[in-house]
Design a protein around this ligand. Structure first.
Ligand SMILES: [Zn+2]
Length: 177
């Protein structure tokens, strides 16, 4: 995937479907963390093709573990700061949960780590998603880059619209129970 934010499309749909068991900041952390290895490759090799360690299912699992470990010292305080800075009210579209259940963090971390690797592997021939156990990339070609981008944008629209609708209904119910 050429651009990290595209990976958020599937996350918005899952968030809308199972809001209590899914946390967007944890998922977002995994997306940025995994693509940070591409930036390291850019700095040291001058290209955007370094997908070696974190762009594997093992690497994605490692990033998920780090995300869960950083939940209390980094991700939750970050969510609270975000809510404060934009004055987000609980129940509103942009409000982030200040406390995340451990199960939701684990689900979101693993979903983020694995979905990122699988999506990227479908569109990048040089990624070896099952390394170090198995080399090669049996997933390459499942989606063309254009199909992957179109799918992510479609899921962005579906998930975003779904969450907006739920938030609108919640706020309307709060005003007129
Ligand atoms: Zn990536």
């Amino acid at each position: 995937m050429p651009f990290t934010p595209f990976h958020m499309g599937p996350a918005l749909v899952v968030k809308a479907a199972i809001p209590r068991y899914f946390n967007i900041p944890v998922f977002a952390f995994t997306q940025v963390a995994i693509d940070s290895e591409v930036l390291v490759g850019l700095a040291f090799r001058g290209d955007l093709t370094y997908h070696v360690v974190l762009h594997t299912l093992a690497g994605g699992t490692l990033v998920a573990v780090v995300a869960v470990l950083l939940l209390r010292p980094f991700i939750q305080p970050g969510a609270r700061l975000w809510n404060y800075l934009i004055a987000a009210k609980p129940g509103s579209f942009l409000h982030l949960e200040p406390r995340v259940p451990l199960l939701a963090a684990i689900i979101s971390g693993l979903a983020g780590g694995w979905s990122h690797v699988l999506l990227d592997a479908a569109t990048h021939s040089h990624i070896a998603p099952f390394a170090p156990l198995v080399g090669g990339n049996p997933l390459f070609g499942l989606l063309s880059p254009q199909q992957a981008i179109a799918l992510c944008l479609l899921l962005w629209a579906i998930g975003g619209g779904w969450i907006l609708t739920l938030s609108y209904r919640r706020r309307r119910y709060a005003r007129h129970p």
